[in-house]
Write a protein that binds this ligand. Structure first.
Ligand SMILES: *[C@@H]1O[C@H](CO)[C@@H](O)[C@H](O)[C@H]1NC(C)=O
Ligand SMILES: *[C@@H]1O[C@H](CO)[C@@H](O)[C@H](O)[C@H]1NC(C)=O
Length: 325
């Protein structure tokens, strides 16, 4: 009997070890889990989130491993105009270098937020030291701008970000002339549906997703402090991304929950490149909050029969979520 139970114990430890390499449970982060972005590169997942005071990167060989990996602070800044309120960092490979695009502003408030870029010194994210590259100045509207992401269409790159038009927080697009310089911005999405205007009229946190030759921008809609924060989508249905009429908004939210108000997501490819996964944040209750108490969560993206992204519903925290393959 003793040997039997010993065997069971050893087997359980062994099975738990095996299991942790094929599945994980959410959340991936319970503190400072806001505005998450992930990328997989050469054997590692890299995760970065909003901490407000600096930019941190965590890496691990599995998604589950990110839960216990130690974040590395890769950027702090004492320059008054961009010292503080560091939001929504994203890591992108542009013209043979890694760049981190992020939002930052002054310490007193978040009324002077602008988009900035850091450049990495190495072609391995973790090995890089990061130097300040530039503020991304938008020629026709050098105003409050946040949540920049990079969209690729053909051989061109575009910066998509969120900024006000009147009292509406909208999505804008500008062509990238280089990693740090863009052309004039064009408004491509204004919050108008009821699911985009719950508590406040907001479109923010854009993230590009590609499938079967088609291109979408998924974005966060409504107030992050309300009960309706959710994800919506725009598809590039015309040929010129710089024309508002080229973008078609789906009339309903594509990812939402009565519980936790999921929002601000990023997409990343699995190690084989065959699967698309999503990282997003959610509050632990309703109404949602906009602070560092938000969780980071990960789950796979599927596809509807019409080819469009099927984000499903937020998976329960008790679910064993398969590791990407
Ligand atoms: C990825 O997809 C390609 C094409 O369908 C397939 O040949 C390959 O085996 C897949 N790789 C994995 C790891 O699933
Ligand atoms: C986040 O905001 C909520 C509601 O205002 C508050 O109760 C909570 O303490 C805040 N948490 C953090 C980490 O700031």
């Amino acid at each position: 009997m003793l040997d039997f139970w010993k065997l069971v114990g050893v087997s359980l430890v062994f099975l738990t070890q095996i299991f942790s390499t094929v599945a994980f449970t959410n959340p991936i982060k319970t503190k400072d889990g806001s505005d998450p972005f992930m990328v997989y590169h050469e054997g590692y997942y890299y995760l970065t989130t909003t901490t407000w005071s600096n930019i941190q990167i965590t890496r691990a060989t599995t998604v589950g491993g990110l839960k216990t990996a130690t974040p590395k602070v890769v950027w702090t800044d004492s320059t008054a105009s961009r010292c503080c309120n560091m939001w929504a960092p994203e890591i992108h490979w542009i013209d043979n270098a890694w760049y981190i695009y992020y939002t930052a502003g002054v310490s007193a408030n978040s009324n002077d937020q602008h988009i900035h870029a850091l450049k990495g010194s190495s072609n391995i994210i973790w090995d890089s030291t990061w130097s300040y590259a530039s503020r991304i100045t938008i020629p026709n509207r050098d105003v409050w701008s946040i949540d920049a992401t990079v969209l690729i269409v053909g051989s061109s790159r575009y910066l998509v970000f969120s900024s006000f038009d009147g009292s509406d927080q909208c999505l804008w697009i500008a062509k990238m002339n280089s990693a740090t310089s863009v052309g004039n911005a064009v408004l491509i999405s204004r919050p108008t549906y009821s699911w985009e205007t719950e508590t406040a009229a907001v479109n923010e946190g854009p993230a590009a997703i590609y499938h079967g030759g088609r291109t979408w921008i998924v974005f966060s809609a409504s107030a992050c402090w309300g009960s309706g924060y959710a994800l919506g989508s725009l598809e590039l249905t015309g040929s010129d991304p710089l024309s508002a009429s080229s973008w078609t908004k789906y009339n309903k939210a594509i990812f939402s929950s009565a519980n936790g108000c999921p929002g601000h997501n990023g997409f990343f490819l699995s190690p084989s490149g065959n699967q698309t996964h999503m990282v997003y944040h959610a509050s632990s209750g309703v109404p949602a909050v906009c602070n560092g108490s938000r969780y980071t969560l990960v789950q796979q993206v599927g596809w509807h029969s019409d080819g469009s992204p099927n984000l499903g519903s937020p998976r329960a925290l008790s679910d064993n979520v398969p590791e990407p393959v």
